[in-house]
Design a protein around this ligand. Structure first.
Ligand SMILES: Nc1ncnc2c1ncn2[C@@H]1O[C@H](COP(=O)(O)OP(=O)(O)OP(=O)(O)O)[C@@H](O)[C@H]1O
Ligand SMILES: [Mg+2]
Length: 297
């Protein structure tokens, strides 16, 4: 029996997999745009990865590219109001969020989609922080931002490793979105990650893991043999830690070259000849994560 997650607090969503390159950033970006554009939700995106992939995607969006770049260079990095500096000051100043107004970290991309960008300074930070000292950083930051009044969902893009920064994200978020690829390593990666998190994250019993496949090849309109075999073995595996709630969602995001291209030109996915499977799988994933549809079993 899965534990019940209170929907009213299921608003912080972390995309996580310790395995790199599975599509965390891509899915976070597609979902956030989908939720804000198609479902009328107010979304805050937080890039916590020093690779800055999500930040780069946001900066590439027309017609915002120049505006975001200017803001990023002058107001954000120029004024030193960056998430990295805030984390640094939090860890040295009795865990206080020192900025007068943390909203100055936030760049509005559209009226319903905003971003807290990452900076490359996050790289050095990860190695100098203490887990215990920083574990409630994001909880305290969001409290200060006043998320209840402002956003329906906060999406965090995490790096592919377990650092004090991702630990702090995971202590705050109540839903972990876990993309896996249909390859034989997915199951081991999921087992390892759930084992680590069940030991390191507070109140892990109250969190929900939503696992789904990304980069699925289709044959006759269904996931091909490799994808369906991997999915079956992922679901049948019995040795995930007992105290965590995992749901397996059959959204099956297809492997399509247009998906990477759409990061730079989002309208590609909406073109008349675009593959309807992409939209329908994102739609399904949204229904599953927002609690509007049943899980795979
Ligand atoms: N459904 C898809 N179809 C085709 N290509 C995809 C799909 N999803 C992701 N990709 C591509 O796979 C690569 C890795 O994706 P992405 O950067 O989103 O992964 P990630 O898990 O965030 O990586 P990292 O662990 O480095 O943060 C990128 O080139 C991306 O464009
Ligand atoms: Mg990424």
């Amino acid at each position: 029996m899965l534990n019940e997650v209170n929907k009213s607090i299921m608003k912080g969503i972390a995309t996580i997999n310790f395995k790199g390159g599975v599509g965390k950033t891509t899915i976070t970006w597609l979902l956030a745009r989908y939720a804000s554009e198609k479902r009328g939700k107010k979304i805050l995106l937080i890039d916590t990865d020093a690779q800055m992939s999500l930040t780069t995607a946001a900066m590439a969006q027309k017609p915002f590219d120049l505006l975001v770049r200017d803001w990023y260079k002058d107001k954000h990095k120029g004024s030193a109001y960056t998430i990295a500096n805030l984390i640094k000051s939090y860890s040295t100043n009795e865990n206080k969020i020192q900025l007068l107004d943390p909203r100055s970290l936030i760049y509005p991309l559209t009226p319903s989609l905003s971003l807290i960008p990452s900076t490359e300074e996050m790289y050095g930070l990860e190695y100098n922080l203490e887990y215990q000292r920083n574990k409630y950083f994001f909880r305290d930051l969001i409290k200060k931002i006043g998320r209840k009044k402002t956003y329906d969902y906060i999406f965090f893009d995490c790096s592919p490793n377990f650092s004090p920064i991702s630990c702090s994200v995971l202590n705050y978020a109540s839903l972990y979105l876990v993309p896996v690829n249909p390859d034989p390593f997915g199951r081991l990666a999921l087992k390892t990650m759930t084992n680590v998190l069940s030991k390191k994250i507070d109140q892990i019993k109250k969190k929900k893991f939503g696992v789904f496949m990304n980069k699925v090849n289709y044959f006759r309109n269904k996931p091909d043999r490799q994808a369906s075999d991997n999915w079956t073995s992922l679901k049948a595996f019995k040795d995930y830690p007992k105290d965590i709630a995992i749901e397996f969602w059959n959204a099956n995001i297809p492997d399509r070259a247009v998906i990477p291209r759409s990061i730079m030109s989002p309208t590609l996915l909406e073109a008349k000849n675009a593959d309807p499977k992409i939209q329908s799988s994102i739609n399904k994933l949204w229904d599953q994560l927002s609690g509007g549809a049943s899980t795979d079993d």
